[in-house]
Design a protein around this ligand. Structure first.
Ligand code: SAM
Length: 263
């Protein structure tokens, strides 16, 4: 499935960190894991496409010699700027399908929860291959919810969003990377963390359209999905308005670009 337009996160800038941020202390551990996975060194020049509010960029930048982020949302990057202290993060308002950098510039590229949003996935992957130095890795990261949280979300997708789920933008980037000759290097790197989670708050997040998968849906579709999630939450938990402790993970896969033909 090809999108006509990339999904820009302007509307999420005000609530992104509250809904997607790591629990306190975990983002440093996530950054250290990413730096290890990518073999980053103090001189490494790193690019993140879809840098957003800097959830990944700000803790990762100190592991690098220069961190370049770009996004189509000025509002998301304004949040990054508001949090930035001494981290060397340089920003550009640009489309990942047209990277404003010369060939062979970066020692690593970072992509976290972005590939499923872009209009031109093949074009974006091609551009990443162009700006990476030969043999430099792409670090593809994602949050992995624990089974209970994932089941609640899956109930939503099955009722409201089955078509989009079937088109599975989540699985597609991995297939497209392979088709375009990128090779996964090693196994998935994983950082697990414990956190509290209130099942009915998670449901409410869908009603409030915190997730980009809800943005194109009608009010009726939202209410239908929320009703199913609420019923599941009440069947699973004695009191789904109370916090439960759960384990989630942040995962990173390392991909190496295909060799480029000379010329
Ligand atoms: N990577 C950050 C993180 O993990 O917290 C932000 C992820 S957020 C889900 C996705 C970001 O990608 C949004 O800020 C959105 O505006 C941006 N985006 C979507 N399509 C894009 C494109 N074609 N070029 C650049 N940025 C894009």
């Amino acid at each position: 499935m090809t999108r006509r337009q990339s999904i820009v996160f302007d509307r999420a800038a005000g609530f992104y960190d509250n809904s997607r941020g790591f629990p306190p202390g975990e983002e440093a551990a996530v950054a250290a894991m990413m730096a290890r996975a990518g073999g980053l060194a103090p001189a490494s020049q790193v690019l993140e496409i879809g840098v957003g509010t800097g959830r990944i960029a700000l803790p990762l930048a100190p592991h690098t010699g220069g961190f370049y982020g770009l996004d189509l949302s000025a509002s998301m990057m304004a949040q990054l700027r508001a949090k930035q202290n001494s981290e060397q993060v340089y920003l550009a308002l640009a489309d990942a399908a047209r990277l404003p950098f010369p060939d062979d510039t970066f020692d690593a590229a970072v992509v976290v929860h972005v590939f499923h949003l872009v209009a031109n996935l093949e074009g974006v992957i091609k551009e990443l291959g162009r700006v990476l130095k030969p043999g430099a890795p792409l670090l593809h990261g994602r949050n992995q919810m624990d089974k209970e949280v994932a089941e609640l979300r899956m109930a939503w997708h099955e009722v409201v969003d089955a078509e989009r789920l079937a088109a599975s933008n989540w699985g597609r980037p991995v297939e497209v990377l392979a088709q375009m000759g990128w090779r996964q290097q090693g196994l998935t790197h994983e950082h697990k963390f414990r956190h509290e989670y209130v099942p009915l708050h998670a449901v409410e997040g869908f009603r409030q359209r915190l997730w980009s998968s809800t943005w194109a849906l009608s009010d009726d579709e939202i209410e239908r999905g929320v009703a199913v999630m609420e019923a599941l939450a009440h069947s699973r938990y004695d009191d789904p308005s109370q916090p439960v402790t759960t384990t989630s993970a942040f995962c990173v896969d390392v991909y190496m670009p295909p060799a480029r033909a000379d010329g």
